[in-house]
Design a protein around this ligand. Structure first.
Ligand SMILES: [Zn+2]
Length: 545
């Protein structure tokens, strides 16, 4: 054996109770599980008292944009140091590939928000993107989605109306090409331009190749607030209708669908949590193969422009500077803040593109308004002009605020919830704590301290269940023949050490991480020089290295 892990308490990823065993690893795979006392190995780790789990799968990442950077290992070290071995990238409609005539400007503009170092965009289609990463080497495994926003811009530019039939066919051709090039599925970002301009019919048309190839559909949904339409006699909240829209892709094509980062934005939405989870369950029972994912914090990152009404997204400069349009935008913002139960104390600036303005990072809109002596909503509009729409923010009213996290706990407890970081980790600016503590926080705070779910179930939803959702066939479980992606941790001490004001603290309790058979994290520290990751590609409905 290349490596033997002795006497581990093995949580195999299926959700069953742990058993004690030695794990023998050879040529990047789990070769033997059992009593290996008589077997020799080049390396041995004594795991007495430790839990061994499959490597954690981050179901919703944006770090695919950082992987092409030569020094991505340093930037992404916090992910490995919390036990993540596989990223699902390309979420929220934003993938770095394909680059086609027509979308290059947008891809680079989105990239400007999601990575901070200069990047050589030396790829065109999905196949060449993944080949490039494979050639250069990557610090952890990548399962890549192709994004609707990337593809739509190539076909339709920024045009704010639903696509015509020939445009839908052109987009579907590109989706098919990306799936054939190794993408594992397709993502949408229906709260952002240009996804916000697409109707359900367009989404069903564009995703037709998923039915042929068997890839997953993931969706940053149309709405995460509970807003009823005036003309709807049932007063169905918008976040519930959004679940139906995700399920519609399953109904149309029979593929698995994943409702991304299930959050309840603003106080007024929290009370719709039970109804949304019941609706999710009902959809699942009616055989819509649907699940969701979530991060264990009441804050999440997004962009500064996210609050602006849809009509303003194509003319942000004018919407901020023209007195009449600004007045209209301000009234809409104030109405929404009141209706959704949001306040400008909740919105913290994380990163601004112009480094000369980095002094704003870490401050809330309300803090900046107080310092300037200006009205908070006006301050927001001013900042949109000054910092640009792509400034990153973190919003602290997702499924709770401060210690009030009843809604968040319901989501985390729900059996159809997988886990994700959904962070923008670039090495610059103020960090999202989820980049450092997501998985340890679930295992420490929600499993050990609060007893919200059992350790074996939590691990199942971080590993085996996540792999099955994404059709990943060669990992997610500790079984003979599976890839040797493993996390060794101390169940008594594992935990997240971040706070809202100190978001970049390393977690406790992660002892070692094994990636494709190579020990890449020792004593909690990632060796950033390693490139042990694999590209996972879709082929015949199965995703493997
Ligand atoms: Zn998203």
């Amino acid at each position: 054996m290349d490596l033997i892990i002795r006497n581990a308490s093995v949580y195999d990823g299926s959700g069953v109770e742990p058993f004690t065993a030695d794990l023998g690893i050879r040529a990047g795979k789990i070769e033997a599980i059992g009593d290996l006392a008589d077997v020799q190995a080049a390396q041995t780790i004594d795991a007495e008292g430790l839990a061994a789990a499959p490597g954690f799968i981050d179901m919703h990442s944006h770090s695919d944009w950082v992987l092409p950077q030569p020094h991505h290992g340093e930037v992404l070290a916090p992910l490995l140091e919390q036990g993540i071995t596989t990223l699902v990238g390309g979420n929220c409609g934003a993938s770095p590939a394909p680059i086609v005539p027509g979308n290059e400007g947008r891809v680079k503009a989105v990239g400007r928000m999601l990575h901070d170092q200069a990047l050589d965009y030396a790829w065109t289609d999905m196949a060449s993107f993944l080949d490039l990463l494979e050639r250069n080497g990557i610090a952890l495994n990548l399962a890549q989605l192709v994004g609707h926003g990337t593809i739509r811009t190539g076909v339709k530019g920024g045009a704010p109306e639903p696509a015509a039939d020939d445009e839908i066919a052109a987009m579907a051709d590109q989706v098919r090409d990306a799936l054939d090039g190794g993408a594992i599925g397709f993502s949408t970002g229906l709260g952002y331009a240009p996804g916000v301009f697409a109707d359900t019919e367009e989404l069903i048309g564009v995703t037709a190749p998923l039915a042929e190839r068997g890839g997953i559909y993931t969706s940053h949904a149309r709405s995460y607030v509970a807003l009823a339409r005036h003309d709807d006699p049932d007063q169905t909240p918008s976040n519930i209708r959004a679940l139906d829209e995700t399920a519609a892709i399953h109904r149309a094509h029979g593929v698995k669908v994943q409702h991304s980062h299930l959050i309840f934005v603003g106080d007024e939405s929290w009370s719709s949590t039970d109804r949304a989870l019941e609706h999710l369950e009902r959809l699942a029972e009616q055989d819509a193969d649907i699940a969701c994912d979530a991060f264990p914090y009441v804050g999440g990152n997004t962009t500064l422009a996210v609050f602006m009404p849809a009509w303003a997204l194509t003319q942000l400069d004018t919407a901020v500077s023209d007195p009449e349009l600004r007045g209209k935008a301000k009234r809409s913002l104030e109405r929404n803040q009141a209706n959704f139960g949001m306040c400008w104390d909740d919105t913290q600036i994380m990163w601004v593109p112009d480094r000369a303005l980095a002094r704003y990072e870490g401050l809330t809109i309300a803090e900046i308004a107080t310092a300037r002596g200006t009205d908070p909503t006006d301050t927001y509009l001013d900042l949109l002009g000054e910092l640009g729409p792509r400034a990153r923010i973190i919003n602290w009213n997702y499924s709770g605020r401060d210690d009030e996290e009843t809604s968040l706990r319901k989501v985390l407890k729900h059996p159809r919830t997988c886990f994700e970081t959904d962070t923008i980790l670039t090495g610059q600016g103020f960090d999202n704590p989820a980049s450092y503590g997501t998985f340890p926080r679930i295992l420490g705070r929600y499993v050990r301290e609060l007893g919200l779910l059992s350790l074996s179930e939590a691990i199942h939803r971080m590993t085996g269940m996540s792999a099955e959702r994404m059709n990943i066939a060669d990992r997610g479980f500790i079984r003979e023949g599976m890839a040797a992606d493993l996390v060794l941790f101390d169940p008594e001490t594992i935990g997240d050490n971040t706070t809202r004001k100190a978001p970049d603290r390393s977690p406790s309790g992660i002892v070692a991480v094994v990636l494709n058979g190579q020990v890449v994290v020792r004593g909690g520290e990632f060796d950033a020089s390693t490139r042990a990751g694999s590209i996972l590609r879709l082929s015949d409905g199965r995703v493997t290295a």
